[in-house]
Write a protein that binds this ligand. Sequence first.
Ligand code: NAP
Length: 366
Amino acid sequence: MSRNNGQTRVLVTGASGYLATHCVQQLLDDGYLVRGTVRNLSNTKKIKPLHELRHAKERLELVEADLTQPETWPNAVANCDYVLHVASPFPVVADDSVVKIAVDGTLNVLKACAKASSVKKIVLTSSCASVNEGHDDENRIFNEDDWTDVNSPKVLPYSKSKTEAEKAAWDFVENGITVDENHFKLTCLNPTLIVGPVLMDTQGTSITVVRRFMNNEMPAVPALQLALVDVRDVAKAHISAMTNPKTDGQRILVTAQPSYWFLDISKILAKEFRHQGYWLPKFQVPYPILWVYSIFDSQAKQILERVNRKIRFDNSKAKELLNMEFTNPERSLIEMVYSMIERGILPKKSGYKPAQLDKEPHNSHL
Ligand code: NAP
């Protein structure tokens, strides 16, 4: 049911991405006018799923904009009331080039908003990667007071890009807007690894991680732990932060609990999918083998620092300020895989049976 008067326009940057498509869908369902940016309007594979969203015909408009092209943002933000800045480079293995694109891109969006009098607030998708990386006491529980130490050699380019982009945004809001420009509010959200149903057909990092469990791409799993959060919860957090003044000027971790080892994730998926014909890894890779492998493989090298490390975040601020009740990530993982099979990202094995999940509750107050 529509909760909006159909007059409020929200810009979603990187609209065709995994998280952004859920933001667009929830905004459309809530009755907002939505403008989404994409890099190339003639890229049918990315655009078609957006046109297929509920209410897209009535209220979704797409425009081209690129983080690396400052001149594309004034038109994109024009006449928007709110901006969800979700776009950021997020390749599976990132090199240092992502830092400049994320920082400059964020500033390009924010600078355009400072010149557009209509924009009241920006919600920026940061990440837990800008909270807990590069610390010696890395097993402690991290909260919003913590920042990734970008000077640590352990910190990977993606984490650096998210940390630097978030810091640049806070600095711009505090020091970069002149008196006669538009002083919009900012909230930064810091999700952990996002999982849950897929509404698009391309494969970003979350989808690649889960695909590897299901598709015979990992003979055994590394001893890695992940904090997870449902994609619908992250989208909901963006939309509620947008109009919630209590979140102005706040960064907020968005994560369910507890964290899961890769082997736990494999067991959760195996329980649902092994009898349907999907092979899932049963064992953990011993550290020395991973170390040797990392000499030859850049992805193994990037994860070596994280092996055997516990990941723990405090999600009380999201519960308090945004009233979040987090979906059980076990359910999100299973729904994600069913959606990946239905969209052809994973093969339909002969024993496959479509999901029968609809009647169960999504939230389990985690
Ligand atoms: P995604 O599917 O890869 O989406 C990223 C989006 O950013 C895509 O729409 C992409 O556009 C856009 N983008 C990248 N470079 C761009 C550029 N130069 N100009 C314009 N747009 C550009 O990834 P996602 O998982 O949805 O991530 C969305 C946001 O959440 C990112 O900011 C990411 O850092 C953050 N995040 C994600 C997770 C997670 O687990 N997935 C966790 C924490 C935070 P194209 O489609 O044209 O490439």
